[in-house]
Design a protein around this ligand. Structure first.
Ligand code: C2E
Ligand code: CA
Ligand code: CA
Ligand code: CA
Length: 279
């Protein structure tokens, strides 16, 4: 009994050590990756359901670390937010998005916009707008080529600063999506004062939309309300034809998800585009 107790004890510490070691490694690897611009962007199409047409893509960051292998953004983005590393990472991501945009334009796709996820930590920086503008100017491109995705939680504290930043983003030419909508428990009505173009319904609602009546009712209500407020609705995480049919019956404007494509590198995206109508 004594023996197994000790084993359990040291097992516990091994676990702790592993976690701590991973964090230390994650930190140093992330800093190295920032210096070397060692991130990639993958792209996932957004589809207009009614017209069966591609309207744009969301850029999603991918990181293959030398020592840790592939690390999910669901792991390293929250860590980067805690440590402030998200700001240089976000700048690298925007820079990459400009480079990939020019590849897309050279391939002949002259209008399709790229959506970029912006963390609330970056959004709340005083010089957030300037930091984006500098990168766009350096790459000879303009805001009209991009959309900004900010989460419901980011805009939930609807102070004057948040509103003025959203207004200025719109004035520059960005379209704005509210990401992860439905997870922040905020009411839709407060969004009226924001210059928002798209609502993205969080995939946790879409997952059970075919068999859970309450999820159906919520999604239906979000779509109707958004339309009344002159916003268009994007459903994320759509994986099946049943989900797609359900959403189009409800009048959902745009669909994103594995049903059409997982996020892919720009070269694959350009191949994929050959088989599609697009804006
Ligand atoms: P998000 O912005 O809500 O992105 C949607 C996530 O759902 C992505 O995961 C995407 O790959 C995944 N997804 C897309 N279609 C489906 C589907 O049909 N089924 C399922 N189960 N999942 C689907 P990913 O790429 O792992 O990103 C996770 C989160 O990490 C993102 O959630 C976002 O919050 C953050 N993130 C990713 N890229 C960036 C970035 O460039 N900048 C910032 N600030 N955050 C990012
Ligand atoms: Ca997003
Ligand atoms: Ca989401
Ligand atoms: Ca999210």
């Amino acid at each position: 009994a004594k023996q197994s107790g000790r084993n359990r004890f040291s097992f516990y510490f091994d676990e702790l050590n592993t976690d701590a070691n991973r964090l230390i490694l994650l930190d140093s690897e992330l800093r190295k990756a920032i210096d070397n611009h060692d991130f990639e962007l993958y792209f996932q199409p957004k589809v207009n359901v009614r017209e069966n047409k591609i309207i744009g893509f969301e850029a999603l960051v991918r990181w293959n670390s030398e020592k840790l292998g592939f690390v999910s953004p669901a792991e390293f983005i929250p860590y980067a937010e805690e440590t402030g590393l998200i700001i240089p990472i976000s700048e690298v991501i925007i820079e990459k998005a400009c480079e990939e945009l020019s590849i897309l334009r050279k391939a002949g796709y002259s209008k399709l916009p790229i959506s970029i996820n912006i963390s609330s930590i970056h959004f709340q920086q005083t010089n957030f707008l300037e930091s984006i503008q500098i990168i766009l100017e350096r790459n000879n491109t303009s805001a009209h080529n991009f959309e900004i995705e900010v989460t419901e939680r980011t805009v939930m504290n609807n102070d004057a600063d948040t509103i003025s930043k959203l207004v200025r983003l719109k004035q520059l030419g960005f379209k704005i999506s509210i990401d992860d909508f439905g997870t922040g428990y905020s009411s839709l009505s407060y969004l009226v004062r924001f210059p928002v173009d798209y609502l993205k319904i969080d995939k946790s609602f879409i997952q059970h939309i075919v068999n859970l009546a309450d999820k159906q009712a919520i999604v239906d209500a979000i779509i109707q309300m958004a339309h009344r407020l002159n916003m268009q609705v994007i459903a994320e995480g759509v994986e099946s034809i049943q989900q797609l049919n359900q959403l189009s019956r409800m009048g959902c404007d745009f669909i994103q998800g594995y049903y059409y494509s997982k996020p892919v590198p720009i070269e694959e995206l350009i191949e994929f585009l050959q088989f599609w109508e697009y804006e």
